[in-house]
Design a protein. Sequence first.
Length: 138
Amino acid sequence: MSLYNIFGIAGSALSANSVMLNTTASNMANAQSVTSSSGETYRAKHPVFQTLYKSNQKSQMQSPGVQVVDIVESKAEPIRNYSPDHPLADQDGYIYTSNVNTIEEMANMISASRAYQTNLQVADTAKKLLQRTLTLGQ
């Protein structure tokens, strides 16, 4: 594997982790949203990652790395609370809040943030190695 491939791999990981951070931020921003029906309630979203391998067939050449193939919505039901005095309560007095688990989202945020930092360090180390390689002949 060429040292130049490392930049592509680290770059794809940075992009994927950026999507993870954005998705987590969106989930956290909507964690306390309230609606009057379960169909309108915000549901947590999670990115789906796919590993990319270098193919031997020239028609399917891809550099190794990772990509986001989809962002899926959680299948968990919204949380139903009895609150007849709430202005958004339905005819039975229920409101529906998002199914976002803030503890899980905080763990996802920390994980994505650390992975992002690690991939920045990988790219920086590869850059330093290339710079040292260029100075060998001097």
